[in-house]
Ligand binder design. Structure first.
Ligand code: FAD
Length: 265
């Protein structure tokens, strides 16, 4: 089984600071790591490979330093890492990001399944996976909590309870699934693979290498359909609370008075 896993490198959200003056995330304030949801995507690929055999290719689009996350992915069981990196990919919104990733996958051509995380912990749009599948014109399922069966031509998955009940979905292969945190427990990397990961070659891909699969005007800032106009940090709302006890009639006047005072009524 040939599996492609999409991983995004994100800042450690426990430590990262927000520069409220500039309205940007201060990425230098925290180490970068694999998006936690993508560890579940990678683990599911490893589980499927252990069952059916095959190869796992991990793709990330990011800065040159994201090579580190691809080495980490190797240590966790991937076979091959591809880094999409180029200044011309900069300023990409989710559409341009997905278009570029899809171009690389079209170039790879031979694959059965693409697995991505439910969402990233920094961008948090949960759009890239579905957009990649749409660009590739393949079926996809979001919020997958279990892979039930895989055959040569089909995959059957269970989708988390989102609209009142769980759903089972069968899709033709190749397909894309985005998995939730409940699908598995990501294992820690093995020391032996960690050491090996320092020596492996990470394939780097620039816009030029994707010639014939994506046009320059479709990538990066120029290929983005959305623009960030303004970023603001929401003001902290100070909450007050008061507990009224006893007979309702005793404190109703107080409550009405308080609500008028605060222009609620
Ligand atoms: P989600 O859609 O939440 O991620 C879902 C899954 O898709 C992930 O779990 C992962 O499996 C996969 N995935 C997501 N991103 C990647 C990736 N890069 N590589 C491989 N797999 C991935 N970011 C910048 O760094 N610089 C900018 O200048 C910039 N400009 C932007 C401008 C606009 C208008 C917008 C909307 C966004 C901009 N971004 C920029 C953010 C960038 O678009 C997102 O980081 C990127 O598209 C991923 O979106 P997300 O984080 O919401 O991922």
């Amino acid at each position: 089984m040939k599996i492609i896993v999409l991983i995004k490198e994100v800042p450690d959200m426990e430590k990262v600071r927000f520069d409220s003056e500039k309205g940007v995330v201060d990425r230098s304030s925290a180490e970068a790591e694999i998006n936690p949801f993508d560890l579940n995507a990678l683990q599911e690929a490893v589980n499927l490979k252990n069952k059916f055999g095959g190869e796992i290719t991990v793709i990330t689009m990011g800065l040159p330093r994201s090579e580190k996350s691809l080495r980490d992915a190797y240590a966790r069981g991937a076979d091959r890492g591809i880094l999409l990196t180029d200044r011309k990919f900069g300023g990409a919104d989710t559409w341009a990001t997905a278009n570029t990733i899809a171009a690389e996958i079209r170039k790879i051509k031979d694959y059965d399944l693409i697995i991505c995380g439910e969402k990233s912990v920094d961008g948090d749009t949960a759009q890239v996976g579905a957009e990649v599948a749409e660009f590739l014109n393949i079926p996809h399922a979001y919020y997958v909590e279990k892979v039930n069966a895989v055959s040569r031509s089909e995959i059957e998955v269970t989708i988390e309870n989102i609209c009142g009940k769980k759903q089972n979905r069968k899709m033709k292969i190749p397909a894309l699934i985005s998995v939730t945190k409940n699908i598995n427990y990501p294992e820690l990397p093995l020391l032996e693979r960690k050491l090996e990961s320092l020596k492996i070659e990470i394939e780097k891909c620039s816009l030029e290498n994707l010639y014939g699969y994506i046009k320059e005007e479709e990538a990066g800032f120029n290929g983005s359909k959305t623009k960030v106009v303004k970023i603001a940090v929401p003001k902290e709302v100070k909450r007050e609370s008061k507990i009224y006890k006893g007979n309702l009639n005793c404190y109703m006047k107080d409550v009405i008075h308080m609500m008028k005072d605060k222009n609620i009524i």
